[in-house]
Write a protein that binds this ligand. Structure first.
Ligand code: ADP
Ligand code: MG
Length: 731
C-alpha cells in the first residue's frame, strides 16, 4: 500500500493545508507595480526619451539608437530600483508558450571594470538561435539565426515568481530574413490591417475617427488538481490529459460545482496568482467555479488585443508557476478528463474608435445605429466567407477532444445573434429593395432605432451552444481552446474582418459613384451581405444532431479533426487573403501549416507512447497481480474440497481479466506498428492524417475501454494510477 498513489492520498488529508496568502488591502495598491507604465516612464526618462517612447507606443513610430540608449537606461534604473539584475526578451514562439533567455546587466569593460549596463541595442533587438524553435522549414531555406525585436505597444514588466527577478521586454520573433516565427508578428500586422480598413469605413459616419482598435476580453477556463496525485499520473504530466480513467460514480451530474463555493485550497491559489497578475497589470475581474468538478474560470477586463494576448500568455505562465507553491497542478488542456466538461477560452471581441465608440454596440442615434449595423453585418459576412479559416484558427489536438463533445460548440462555424437582431436583419432584407429611396431609408432607420430597448433585453438571452455569439456589444468566439494562444484566432478574425471591410467599402463606393445617396448605398450593400451570408446564422441548439444535419444541408462545413481543418490554410483564397493584408507571405503561410501539422503529430505521438507505457508498466502488472491472487484463492478453495460453486465467480473474473489483458496487449502492439507506418510517411499532412485516423482513431478509445474495465475489476490496492474520483474530488 505504499504506492505513490496512496502516499499522495494520505498527504492531502494531513499535510496539504491551504497556504496563507497575504492579500493586498486594495488591488489598486499593487496594480502595475511590476510594469514599466507610462507613469514609470515619466519618472525615469528624460522628456525627449519619454516623448519618443510615447510616440512609438501609440503610433508605432520607430525609435532611433540614441533615444533607444536613453530609454534603456531609464528602464534599467527602474528595474534596478526593484532589485532586478537580469533581463530577457520575452516572446511567443509557435510552441504556444512564452520563451525567454536571460542576460545580466552585469558586464566587464575592456579594462576589466565590472559595470551594469543595458543599452538601446539590447532593448531593441536580440539574436536568439532560431533553430531550436518550430520554423516549418523556414530554417532549411534560410539562416538558423533569428532575431527578437521590441514591441513598444506592450510595456516591459518584471517577472518575480520564484527566485530572482527578471526584466522582460515583450518582443516579436522573426527569422533572419524577416519571416515571422511567432504569434505576435502576424497579430500586430492583422491589427494594423483592421485599423486601416475600419477607419476607412468609419469615415462614412464620422470624419473624426482616425483609429480603430480591436479589443479582446478572454475568459480562461482551467482545472486545478493536487500535484501529488498528478505526479502519480504520468499521462497528466506528459500530455496534460488522462489517457485512462473510468468515470467516477459521481461526476458533474448533480451540477453542484458551477458557481459553488470555491474550495479553500484553491481559493488561496487564486488569491496568489491574482496578486501576481495585478502586479503585472493583468486586470483580472472575475473568478468562479466552472461546471466540472475541479474546473474554474477567470476573466479580466477587456483590453487592446495585443496587450490582452500578452496578458493571457503571461497569466497561463503565472498560474502554472504559482500553483507549484500550493502543491497544485493547473491543467490548461482542453480535455483533461473523459466524460467531464472540457475547457475553453472564450474570446470576446469588438472594435473601438479613438472617439470612444464601441463599433459593435448599438448606437444612441439612428445614424450611429447604421454604423453599428455596418460593422455587425460585416462581421457576419467575414465569418461566413472565411469559416474554414476561422475553424482552422482554433484547431489543435487538444481542441479536437472538446469541439462537438456535448459541452462545447461543434466544429461547425455558425453565428448566434439573438431574436431581435435576426428580426432587424430580416426587415432590412425585406424593405431594402425595389425603389428603396431616402425616405424609406429614414423610416427604416427610425424603426430599427425605436426597438433598441428590445435589443437590450434580448442580450440577456444567451445561446451557450454557439461557437460565435453576439452578446450585446461584442462577439464571443467560444470555440477557442483553453491552452491556445489567443493571437492565432485573433490574427485570423481581425484579418478576415479587415478584408471584408475593404470589400465593403469598394461595394458602397461603387453605388455612390452610380449616384446613390450614401445611406441608401450603405443599406443596399448591407442587405446584399445579409443575403449572401445568412446561412451561417443559427439560433438553435448547436449541440444537437439536427443541427449537424441541417448545417450539412445548408452547405456549412463540419471539419472534425485538426489535420483536415488546417487544409484551410493551403487554399488560394487563404493565400490571397493573408498576402493582400500583409499578414503572411505564401512562404510563411506554408511554414505555419507545416508547424501546426508537426505539432499535431507530436502530440498524438506522445499520447500514444504514454498509453503504451502505462498499459505495459502500470495496468497489465496490476491486473496480473490481482489475477494471481484470485488463482491462488481458487486453488486453495479447490484443495479444501469445495465444489465449483465456491469459486465460480473468481474463475469468471480471472477469465474476464484475461480477455482484457489480451486485447490491451494486442492492440498496444498493433498501435506501435501503426505508428511506425505513419512515421514513414514523408508529407506532414499524410502523417498527421495517419496519426489521427490510424493511430488515435483506431486504437485510443478501444485500448482505453479495456483499461477502464480493468480499473473496475482489479483490487483497488493494486491499482497504481490515481482514479478520477480522487483527482477530481480530493483537495
Ligand atoms: P459574461 O459573459 O460573464 O456575462 P461580460 O459580458 O461582462 O461577462 O464580459 C465577458 C468578457 O467580455 C469579459 O472578459 C469582458 O472584459 C469582455 N468584454 C466586454 N466588453 C468587451 C468589448 N467591447 N470588447 C472585448 N471584450 C469585451
Ligand atoms: Mg462568456
Amino acid at each position: 500500500m505504499s504506492s505513490i498513489r496512496f502516499n499522495a492520498i494520505n498527504q492531502i488529508g494531513t499535510q496539504n493545508n491551504p497556504l496563507k496568502v497575504e492579500g493586498a488591502a486594495r488591488i489598486t495598491g499593487i496594480f502595475n507595480e511590476n510594469v514599466f507604465t507610462l507613469a514609470a516612464a515619466r519618472q525615469y526618462l528624460s522628456d525627449d526619451a519619454y516623448k519618443s517612447l510615447l510616440a512609438s507606443t501609440r503610433g508605432g513610430k520607430k525609435i532611433d539608437r540614441a533615444m533607444g540608449n536613453q530609454i534603456a537606461n531609464g528602464v534599467r534604473a527602474w528595474a534596478e530600483s526593484k532589485g532586478v539584475t537580469h533581463f530577457t526578451h520575452w516572446f511567443q514562439p509557435l510552441t504556444g508558450l512564452s520563451a525567454e533567455k536571460h542576460d545580466s546587466f552585469f558586464t566587464l569593460k575592456g579594462d576589466g571594470t565590472p559595470i551594469e549596463e543595458f543599452d538601446g541595442g539590447a532593448l531593441i533587438q536580440q539574436e536568439p538561435d532560431a533553430s531550436s524553435f518550430p520554423n516549418g522549414g523556414l530554417r532549411a531555406t534560410f539562416e538558423a539565426r533569428g532575431y527578437t525585436a521590441w514591441d513598444p505597444s506592450s510595456p516591459a514588466f518584471i517577472m518575480e515568481i520564484g527566485q530572482g527577478k527578471t526584466l522582460c521586454i515583450p518582443t516579436i520573433f522573426v527569422s533572419y530574413t524577416g519571416e515571422s516565427l511567432d504569434t505576435k508578428t502576424p497579430l500586430l500586422k492583422a491589427l494594423v490591417a483592421l485599423d486601416k480598413a475600419a477607419v476607412d469605413v468609419c469615415q462614412y459616419f464620422d470624419k473624426n475617427i482616425s483609429k480603430v482598435t480591436a479589443t479582446l476580453g478572454w475568459e480562461q477556463e482551467y482545472f486545478v488538481v493536487d500535484a501529488g496525485l498528478a505526479n502519480a499520473r504520468p499521462d497528466l504530466l506528459l500530455t496534460g490529459r488522462t489517457v485512462f480513467g473510468h468515470a467516477p460514480a459521481k461526476g458533474q451530474q448533480l451540477d453542484d460545482h458551477y458557481f459553488g463555493a470555491i474550495p479553500e485550497r484553491i481559493y488561496a491559489f487564486m488569491l496568489d496568482f491574482e496578486k501576481e497578475s495585478y502586479k503585472l497589470g493583468i486586470p483580472i475581474r472575475t473568478r468562479h467555479n466552472e461546471v466540472a468538478p475541479c474546473q474554474f474560470e477567470c476573466a479580466p477586463i477587456f483590453e487592446e488585443t495585443n496587450l490582452a494576448v500578452d496578458h493571457n500568455t503571461l497569466l497561463m505562465d503565472i498560474m502554472l508557476r504559482v500553483a507549484k507553491r500550493h502543491n497544485l497542478l493547473v491543467l490548461l488542456h482542453e480535455k483533461p478528463f473523459a466524460g467531464i466538461n472540457g475547457s475553453g477560452k472564450h474570446n470576446n471581441w469588438s472594435m473601438s474608435t479613438d472617439t470612444g465608440i464601441n463599433l459593435l454596440a448599438p448606437g444612441k442615434t439612428p445614424k450611429t445605429n447604421l454604423m453599428f449595423l455596418t460593422f455587425f453585418v460585416n462581421t457576419i459576412k467575414a465569418v461566413h466567407d472565411y469559416a474554414g479559416l476561422i475553424r482552422a484558427s482554433i484547431a489543435s489536438a487538444g481542441n479536437d477532444h472538446r469541439l462537438g463533445a456535448n459541452e462545447a460548440p461543434p466544429a461547425i462555424i455558425s453565428i448566434f445573434i439573438g431574436k431581435f437582431l435576426t428580426d432587424v436583419l430580416k426587415q432590412i432584407e425585406e424593405r431594402v429593395s425595389g425603389n428603396f429611396d431616402e425616405t424609406d431609408e429614414a423610416i427604416l432607420k427610425l424603426d430599427i432605432h425605436k426597438s433598441i430597448p428590445e435589443l437590450m433585453l434580448d442580450n440577456t438571452d444567451r445561446n451557450r451552444t454557439s461557437p460565435f455569439a453576439f452578446t450585446g456589444n461584442k462577439f464571443e468566439f467560444r470555440a477557442v481552446g483553453s491552452s491556445a494562444n489567443c493571437a492565432v484566432p485573433m490574427t485570423t478574425l481581425n484579418t478576415v474582418m479587415a478584408e471584408t471591410l475593404k470589400t465593403f467599402k469598394v461595394d458602397v463606393d461603387a453605388l455612390i459613384e452610380k449616384g446613390e445617396k450614401k445611406e441608401v448605398a450603405l443599406l443596399h450593400t448591407i442587405r446584399k451581405y445579409i443575403v449572401e451570408s445568412k446561412k451561417v446564422l443559427f439560433e438553435g441548439d448547436g449541440y444537437s444532431e439536427e443541427w449537424a444535419n441541417e448545417a450539412a444541408n445548408r452547405g456549412l462545413e463540419n471539419v472534425k479533426t485538426t489535420p483536415l481543418a488546417l487544409d484551410a490554410y493551403t487554399t488560394d483564397k487563404a493565400q490571397k487573403l493573408f498576402a493582400n493584408n500583409n499578414i503572411y507571405t505564401h512562404l510563411e503561410l506554408e511554414a505555419r501549416h507545416e508547424i501546426m501539422l508537426e505539432e499535431y503529430v507530436k502530440k498524438v505521438q506522445i499520447e500514444a507512447r504514454v498509453m503504451g507505457d502505462l498499459a505495459s508498466t502500470y495496468i497489465l502488472p496490476a491486473a496480473i497481480k490481482y489475477q494471481n491472487v484470485l488463482l491462488q484463492n481458487i486453488t486453495q478453495l479447490k484443495a479444501a474440497g469445495l465444489s465449483k460453486d465456491a469459486y465460480e465467480s473468481q474463475l469468471s473474473i480471472v477469465e474476464q481479466i484475461s480477455n482484457h489483458i489480451n486485447i490491451i496487449s494486442k492492440k498496444t502492439a498493433e498501435m506501435i506498428e501503426a505508428r511506425k507506418k505513419a512515421n514513414e510517411l514523408s508529407s506532414s499532412r499524410d502523417k498527421a492524417i495517419a496519426y489521427c485516423d490510424e493511430v488515435k482513431g483506431k486504437y485510443f478509445d478501444e485500448i482505453r475501454y479495456h483499461v477502464d474495465k480493468l480499473e473496475l475489476m482489479v483490487d483497488d490496492s493494486h491499482w497504481l494510477l490515481p482514479k478520477y474520483r480522487e483527482i477530481l474530488f480530493l483537495r
